[in-house]
Design a protein. Structure first.
Length: 131
C-alpha cells in the first residue's frame, strides 16, 4: 500500500488541490477484478453523490492501509475547473479501459488506445493500478 500512496503523491499539485476525489473498491466477481464506487458513509451511493467527494488528503486518510480501496476523481460531464498560471483550465478524463483486451493470455491495451494517448501527449497521463 505504501507504494500506491507514493504514486498518489506524484499527482500534480493542481490535481491534488481538487475536492472531488472519490474512492473505489476492488472485488473479485466471477474470477474477474471489478472496481466499484465505495460508499464510505455505509450506504449504496454512487461516485456522483456529492457527499462522497473528498479532498486529496481526506481520501488518502480513508484509504489508510486497506489494499482493496483506490482513489479516483469524480468528473461531471462539464469537466473540472483548474486554475494554473492565472488561467482557467478544464480537466477532462479519458478512460481507456474500453481498449484493454486479452491478447495471448495477457491483458494489453489495443493500438487505438495507445493512439489516443499519443494524441494527448502534452497532457497529464497515468496508468491505473493493475490488480
Amino acid at each position: 500500500m505504501k507504494n500506491l500512496k507514493q504514486q498518489y503523491q506524484a499527482l500534480p499539485a493542481e490535481i491534488k488541490a481538487l475536492s472531488c476525489f472519490v474512492l473505489y473498491r476492488s472485488t473479485i466477481v466471477a474470477g474477474e477484478v471489478e472496481k466499484r464506487p465505495y460508499d464510505w458513509l455505509g450506504g449504496k451511493r454512487g461516485n456522483d453523490s456529492p457527499e462522497l467527494r473528498l479532498t486529496f488528503d481526506q481520501a488518502l486518510e480513508k484509504i489508510g492501509n486497506r489494499s482493496d480501496l483506490g482513489l479516483a476523481i469524480y468528473q461531471p460531464e462539464e469537466g473540472i475547473e483548474i486554475q494554473l498560471d492565472g488561467k482557467l483550465l478544464y480537466l477532462y478524463i479519458l478512460d481507456c479501459d474500453g481498449f484493454i483486451a486479452d491478447l495471448a493470455g495477457k491483458q494489453k491495451m489495443l493500438e487505438l488506445g495507445w493512439e489516443l494517448i499519443e494524441q494527448c501527449k502534452d497532457s497529464y497521463a497515468e496508468l491505473s493500478v493493475c490488480w
